[in-house]
Design a protein around this ligand. Structure first.
Ligand code: AHR
Length: 485
């Protein structure tokens, strides 16, 4: 017998529209996240467009990437943009200090990254180096990229092959300044942020924010630097265990299933806490909250370089993505951007590659299923859901999100987190809905290069003309449906 849940959807909106940037991405020079995963080089036998592999690009185009944060992460605060411009053969090779101390060829630099942004019809979010370079380095980098003038830097860009300036909408002022971005005290970071932000023009200034549940840091940055930022960031990783014992990406038991989902649901509490502090200093909500790193962090794949953060991606990761999106949708008054860590081959990736082979992950499919939510307006909804237990963890079975699209359709996302029991969700809506479902028998179902279609969305429909709408959700499933107006 399925458990019963009730969803009551109101006509009133619950907040401002869901910005498409909530479905943003993060690409770091880390492991095979860039080299191999996205970039193979123009000379490669793997089909590519000016070096970017076609299979991955085509897949990413299908999920419509709104924004890409680059080049890090921790890498960003150790990166000199000058290393990545000019003749590729003359670019210096550096050690990637944070991620495996492997050589960084700088083959992918500003021109190549901006080409990726344009190939994907996306926006650039440049993470600038506040940890180990000067404000002048960042302002010159921006001038190089965005100036239409005859300045020496603009001319240098043209000589390097790019006539028109690029558009750089977002600039991150450092990354995790409390850790790999310089191990700063919040007070020191706030002063430094203000200094760096002074030299940033015509771009949205994003302050490096919380990643350690540090309310004091949020207070200090908001109080001292609020006037010099357009957005503040939150990093939140889902760990199905402890930092020292994250647990495997596959082959886990129900205890790790429950722990992972409990951790994922915790993102909302952190969003609420950070937003609460932001409200004190910015009651008009001028400053946005960008969750510019989020996703699962599991033990590295067996046999892989631990510094490469490679991991498989299962049905559990798909549910983490679904509940995270639902949480972002519930807080659109502040959350205007989110960037999953990371795009390819690193942490909770969209695609995994091995030489010429590629497999799309369950997380990719969740991004695809949630596409109708972009630009839609969240509606007020009340959900009564049964709960389920695993050991000492108790969690809700059903998690939901409802929004109205610009053309008047109602989009509904429902996730059943219970690994054992199906759920019957009765609603106050009526009519027939169509959409897709993502589910599998095994809690760690995943796609491999040999079997890339183990976990793909399949068609789903429920209800009927003039009938009360009830949706049946199998155990551990995600359903996204559309109710025509
Ligand atoms: O995404 C991996 C790393 O996690 C990033 O480089 C850093 O910002 C965070 O600690």
């Amino acid at each position: 017998e399925p458990v019963e849940a009730h969803l009551t959807v109101a006509k009133e909106v619950a907040g401002p529209r869901i910005e498409p940037e909530i479905y943003g991405h993060f690409v770091e020079h880390l492991g095979t996240g860039v080299y191999g995963g996205l970039w193979v080089g123009p000379e490669s036998e793997i089909p590519n467009t000016r070096g970017w592999r076609n299979d991955v690009i085509e897949a990413l185009r299908r999920i419509e990437v709104p924004v890409i944060r680059w080049p890090g992460g921790c890498f960003a605060d150790d990166y000199d943009w000058r290393d990545g411009i000019g003749d590729p053969a003359k670019r210096p090779v550096r050690l990637n200090r944070w991620w495996g101390r492997v050589p960084e060829s700088n083959r992918v630099g500003t021109h190549e990254f901006m080409d990726l942004v344009e190939l994907l019809d996306s926006e650039a979010y440049i993470a600038a180096n506040m940890g180990s370079m000067s404000p002048m380095d960042t302002s010159r980098w921006l001038e190089y990229m965005t100036s239409d003038s005859d300045s020496t830097l603009a001319k240098e860009r043209r000589r390097n092959g790019r006539e028109r300036p690029w558009r750089v909408k977002y600039v991150g002022v450092g990354n995790e300044s409390w850790g790999c971005g310089g191990n700063m005290r919040p007070e020191y970071q706030a002063d430094l942020h203000n200094r760096y932000a002074t030299y940033l023009h015509d771009t949205l200034r994003v302050a490096s924010g919380d990643g350690q549940r540090d309310d004091h840091l949020v207070e200090v940055l908001m109080e001292r630097s609020g006037a010099h930022m357009d957005a503040f960031t939150l990093h939140y990783y889902t760990i199905a265990g402890e930092w020292e014992d994250k647990g495997p990406a596959t082959g886990f038991g129900l205890d790790r299933w429950a722990k992972g989902l409990e951790s994922a649901l915790g993102i909302e509490e952190r969003i609420v806490a950070v937003s609460g502090i932001m409200d004190k200093y910015d009651p008009d909500k001028r400053i946005a909250l960008y969750v510019d790193e989020w996703g699962t962090w599991h033990d590295p794949a067996p046999g892989s370089n631990p510094g490469f953060l490679q991991q498989q991606n299962t049905l559990r990761d798909a549910l983490v993505a679904a509940v995270s999106f639902n949480a972002f949708h519930r807080h659109t008054e502040r959350v205007k951007m989110a960037n999953i860590a990371q795009m390819v081959n690193v942490l909770q990736a969209m695609a995994l590659t091995d030489g010429p082979r590629m497999a799309l992950t369950p997380t990719y499919h969740v991004f695809d299923m949630y596409k109708p939510f972009r630009g839609a307006t969240p509606l007020k909804a009340t959900l009564e859901t049964p709960r389920w237990r695993e050991g000492d963890i108790e969690l809700p079975a059903v998690d939901a999100s409802v929004a109205r699209t610009a053309d008047g359709r109602v989009v509904l996302a429902l996730a059943n987190l219970d690994p054992r029991r199906s759920a019957r969700v009765r609603t106050n809506l009526s009519g027939a809905v169509q959409g897709r479902i993502l589910t599998a028998d095994a809690i760690d179902a995943h796609n491999t290069f040999a079997r890339p279609d183990v976990l793909v969305p399949t068609p789903y429909s429920a209800g009927g003309e003039g009938e009360a709408l009830t949706l049946e959700l199998p155990a551990k499933s995600i359903v996204v449906v559309d109710l025509p107006r």
